[in-house]
Every structure is written in C-alpha cells, then in structure tokens.
Design a protein around this ligand. Structure first.
Ligand code: FAD
Length: 448
C-alpha cells in the first residue's frame, strides 16, 4: 500500500518537532507536521522558557538588596511589565522562527492548522484536506485543567500569565504543584501581593522536608499560603473578584488556576480509530511509545508518563530512531532529574525519603546551612542538601537540593545517581571549595 507520507506528526511541541526533524533530516523519511497554535509548543511558547525569563525578571529586587549589603549603592527601581512583555514577545517570536526553520530545513512539511486522526493511516486537516501516512505520531501535549464551578469563567491559567495586559495588585493562585509555586514566587518577586490556596500541602509529590522548607520560605517572603481551601464560587464585583471558600470570602484582582493539566486528546479522533485512552484521556502506549493501533504512536505529555520537556524530546527522538533509523531503543524513564524554579530553587532526582523508606532500610544524610553569599549580606536564605542511601547496597537512591541554582547542581549530581553511585563513591570525590555543592561529598554521619 502506498501512502502520501511516511510519518504525520500532530503537534509541534518538544516531542513532535524532535521526532519530525530526526525522522526526516537524519533518516530521510517523508514527514509532515501540524501545529494549531505556535511552533515550539508549551515549553517554548507558554511553559519553561517564558517562565524562566520571568523567574530571572523577578529575582532582581532581592539581588539589589544583597548588592546594597555588599557595599553597592544600588536601587532596582520600579518594574515595567509592558517593557518586559514586549521583549518577551519578541524573544518568543525569535524562538518560534528557529523551530520552524529547523523543521523546514530538515525537509518537514509544516501545516499551521489543527489536525485530527481520521483512521489508522489517515489524518484530516482543519482546511478539509486528508493525508495518508504509514505512521501517525500523536504529540499534542496537555492543557491546563480548570474544574467547573460558579464563576470559573473568570479565572486565568498558566497560558494567560505570559500575556497579562498588566500585573494584578492582588493575585490568588489556586493549586499546589510546581507551576502554582513557581508563579507564586515569580509574582511576589515582581511586586504582586500573592495568596496561594490549595486543598492539601503544597509540593506534596516531592521530598517532604524539602517541600516544607520551600513553603516556609515562601511564607516568610510574604506569600500567604493557606492549605485546606477549596474554592466554591467566584463573583465579579466593582472591586475585583470575590472568591468564596467555606465561610471565607476574599477579593482579588486576578485568580490563577494551576490545578493540573489534562492530555490533549479531546476531539482528536483517537477513540474512533480504536486507540486505547486512559481515564484522563492519555494515550496508552508501550515502552516503544506505540499504542494498541500499530501505526499510531504517541510521545510527550499526551501520554502522561513524565511530563517534562527533556522526556518528550527523548521519547520523540527514540521513536524516530526506532521506526526510521534502524536503531530501536526504548527510553529509560528511571531517575529523571527535575527542578522547581521557586525561590529558593529546588533540584531533585530519585526517591523521596518517604518513598524509599517504604521500600527498604535507608540512611538519610542531610546538611542545612546558610549559604556564604547571603549570610554575609545578613540574609536568611537556607540551603538543604539530602542524600537518601540504601543500607543494603549503599547506593544513593535520591538526591534533593534546596539552594540557589539547585537546578544546575542536580543536573550534575543526577549523572552520579543515574550511574548507580554509592555513598562511599560520593565521599571519595574531593570537594570543590568554597561552594554549596561541596556538602554533597562531605556529609559524614547519617541524620536518620
Ligand atoms: P507540547 O509542548 O504541549 O506540544 C504540543 C503541541 O501540540 C502544542 O503546541 C499544541 O498547540 C499542539 N496541538 C495540540 N493538539 C493539536 C492538534 N489537534 N493539531 C495540531 N496541533 C495540536 N518542563 C520542564 O522540563 N521544565 C520546566 O521548567 C517546565 N516548566 C513548565 C512550566 C509551565 C507553566 C508548563 C505549563 C509546563 C512546564 N513544563 C516544564 C512541561 C513542558 O512544557 C512539557 O512537558 C512539554 O512541553 C511537553 O512537550 P510535548 O511535545 O509533549 O507537548
């Protein structure tokens, strides 16, 4: 049977663009990709990249304060959101153009429109055209989830945060995951009064001790954190949005819902094509990213495995190498490191203390200290470094760091943890002095 294409990729985000570029540019397949919004996807347009730039923007008042303590007569002045946003828009345009050029340069045909699955080997474009493909890759990512309740039409999602016409004076953030906490710290740094409401404790999927330290520091910085709050309704009034939870009613200028994300499979034609979906709509795939329909594959957030950019990229690359490059490989999803860009920052890889303890006997090594730079300035920053070690094998099962630039540190520690390094091998590594990270190789006695 002959097809118009070897591969049709639906979704031009992290996973989709990598798969398309490698399949076409490196392995010579005939490839097309459809993107309904902007090339680059969530990470580039409304996730990691603009968020990190906002983290940088929000960090300057604290830096200026520290600079003064070091003898500089500096003042950071007022923040001009419009100037920042204009620059951010230009940067995202630049990045989007790079992603598009990467696709076209690799020989991929780009369709700037929505595509849906019309059968195991057929894709329907929004303009009515139909294309046949030997393989279809679903890389449609996820979207923010907002529960239905009276007034839910007034809330913002993370998608809106990069395009705000102006900064609100009073912001309520509902949610307790990494996106909620990152935006809380960003907005606080930019001068917004921030309140966080969540059903339970914040950052609860992470190491508990580390999460507690971060949440305490968030509170100390002036963010009002309230666990156990469930929004019942939101009413728009002359003074803003009145938000009710039980007997409490408070008024804010904006409400951000960061209560999780859903895989983007609604109306995609997958069920009609016979593809198995999980309860939340995620495409069910095997280790090779293949669905139960042999010609249909899925990578990235739409599979709801580990919802991070580097994972989507690896999934997409491995798919292209396997199907078109004669280099079959399944992605190893074990020991994926990640960072939470709160202030303080958090880097983590491997098991939390509680998860490891539930499985085997462990030793916990931990160092809590004030980092030199902030201590000199009279600041109250706190660093926490933790190693979770198996008593039986001595392997480091988890490494968790709350510290400035923890994201940079955990990337390097993750190499050792992924290699299966033991505590003794960490100890045999000579320290780099004076640094914060040296504590990782100088913790001599377990604390628990
Ligand atoms: P996406 O990047 O979401 O791409 C899917 C694309 O498909 C989108 O562009 C969408 O428009 C398009 N699409 C959907 N349906 C169709 C259709 N029917 N037809 C055509 N196009 C379609 N990860 C990290 O690793 N580090 C971080 O710091 C980080 N920060 C984040 C911050 C925020 C606020 C958010 C929301 C996410 C963050 N992530 C982060 C997660 C990361 O962005 C995702 O894991 C990653 O983008 C997933 O890539 P993907 O290819 O699966 O999907």
């Amino acid at each position: 049977m002959s097809f118009d294409l070897d591969l049709f990729v639906i979704g031009g985000g992290s996973g989709g663009v990598r798969a398309a570029r490698i399949a076409s540019g490196e392995h010579g397949a005939r490839v097309a990709i459809a993107e309904e919004y902007r090339m680059g996807g969530t990470c580039v347009i409304r996730g990691c990249v603009p968020k990190k730039l906002m983290v940088y923007a929000s960090s300057f008042p604290a830096l200026a304060e520290e600079a003064r303590a070091y003898g500089w007569s500096s003042d950071v002045g007022a923040f001009d959101w419009t100037a920042f946003r204009t620059k951010l828009d230009a940067e995202l345009d630049r990045l989007e153009a790079i992603y598009r050029k990467g696709q076209v340069g690799a020989g991929v045909t780009v369709y700037d429109q929505r595509a849906t699955v019309a059968g195991p080997h057929e894709v329907a474009l929004a303009d009515g055209r139909r294309l046949s493909a030997k393989h279809i890759l679903v890389a449609t990512g996820g979207r923010p989830f907002v529960p239905d309740f009276p007034g839910s039409e007034h809330v913002l999602t993370s998608n809106d945060m990069f395009r705000l016409p102006s900064l609100p004076k009073r912001l309520l953030i509902v949610g307790g995951g990494f996106v909620a906490c990152e935006f809380a710290c960003i907005m606080k740094g930019l001068g917004v009064m921030v309140t966080v409401w969540n059903r339970s404790n914040l950052l609860r999927v992470f190491d508990r001790e580390c999460a507690e330290l971060i949440v305490n520091k968030m509170s100390e910085s002036g963010i009002a954190v309230e666990a156990g709050r469930v929004v019942e309704r939101i009413e728009k009034g002359p003074n803003g949005l009145s938000v009710t939870s039980g007997t409490v009613s408070e008024t804010f200028d904006a409400v951000l819902y960061a209560t999780g994300r859903m895989p983007n499979t609604e109306g995609l034609g997958l069920e009609e094509a016979g593809v198995n979906l999980a309860g939340n709509g995620a495409v069910v795939v095997d280790d090779w990213s293949q669905s139960n329909v042999p010609s249909i594959y899925a990578v990235g957030d739409v599979t709801d495995r580990i919802n991070l950019t580097p994972v989507a990229i690896r999934d997409g690359h491995a798919f292209a190498d396997t199907i078109f490059g004669g280099r079959p490989r399944a992605v190893d999803h074990e020991l994926v490191a990640s960072a939470v860009f709160t202030q303080p920052e958090f880097g983590t890889v491997g098991m939390t203390e509680d998860a490891a303890r539930a499985i085997e006997e462990i030793e916990v090594y931990a160092a809590r200290f004030r980092p030199m730079r902030s201590a000199f300035a009279g600041g109250d920053e706190r660093v926490l470094m933790k190693l979770i070690v198996s008593k039986a094998t001595r392997r480091v099962l988890g490494c968790h760091i709350v510290a400035p630039d923890a994201g940079e540190m955990i990337q390097l520690a993750a190499v050792a943890v992924k290699m299966g390094a033991t505590k003794e091998q960490f100890d045999a590594t000579c320290a780099v002095h004076p640094t914060m990270a040296e504590e990782l190789v100088t913790m001599r006695h377990p604390v628990r």
